[in-house]
Design a protein around this ligand. Sequence first.
Ligand SMILES: O=P(O)(O)OC[C@H]1O[C@H](O[C@H]2O[C@H](CO)[C@@H](O)[C@H](O)[C@H]2O)[C@H](O)[C@@H](O)[C@@H]1O
Ligand SMILES: [Mg+2]
Length: 246
Amino acid sequence: MSQTLPKPQTVLTGEWALFLDIDGTLLEHAEHPDAVSVSAELRSLLQGLDHKLSGALAVITGRSVAAVDQLFHPLKLRAAGLYGLEHRLQPDDDVEVAGEPADIAALADEIEAELGHGQAYIERKGRVLAIHTRAAPHLLPRATQLVEQALASLPEGYRVVAGNAGVELLPLEAAKGAAIRRFMGMAPFTGRRPVFLGDDTPDENGFEAVNDAGGISIRVKPPAHTTARHGLAGVAETLAWLRGQL
Ligand SMILES: O=P(O)(O)OC[C@H]1O[C@H](O[C@H]2O[C@H](CO)[C@@H](O)[C@H](O)[C@H]2O)[C@H](O)[C@@H](O)[C@@H]1O
Ligand SMILES: [Mg+2]
């Protein structure tokens, strides 16, 4: 069930820092993670906002930074990927990329063998594993059960999070709130107030961080329960709001 939260009225000036989720916020969901694309208009909108905010703009996403770069090419954004496990604090920085741990690889193979033929898509992101069931919603309960059961045999320090039409297994330290706090400790973000737009369960942790910092939390398509204090109806309204900030 969705709810109506007030639309954000703030005009983003130089005292603000802008943090953006990607899927479901800037891009409408598609059947498969690789089926989304970024328009030239969206690229130029983000470039314009980045310029207006003197670089205090970052994407905070469950995708890897490499996947972000592929999507937004040739634009290189400041980014936290894999829910903050990866980060690029300055556009030209290198990103440290972790490989897939052996136990996660074994689990991914096992899930692939059971669900991969039934149209679930297993997205292997190194230390994060996502099982997408958008094309086969009946597989979601089994996918969730498999990753939850795996928690018992994995080393401590993993958790299971509901994805959008899927489920993800991720290390405990992967959290959007921590990623936002890391950016806020660095130029050009320091001293500003954060605004975060997101659409999903893993974004709630980011909303909490932003609320604590006296910022503005905005959930796209807000459900009945959210810690976000503002809402936007969908991707189209989000893009219109962002365009209005230029
Ligand atoms: O934090 P986000 O930027 O919102 O990324 C969350 C996940 O997004 C992608 O999956 C979701 O979008 C796909 C494309 O619309 C869709 O097919 C899938 O069902 C959604 O769950 C991405 O593939 C994941 O890696 C991100 O974690
Ligand atoms: Mg999202």
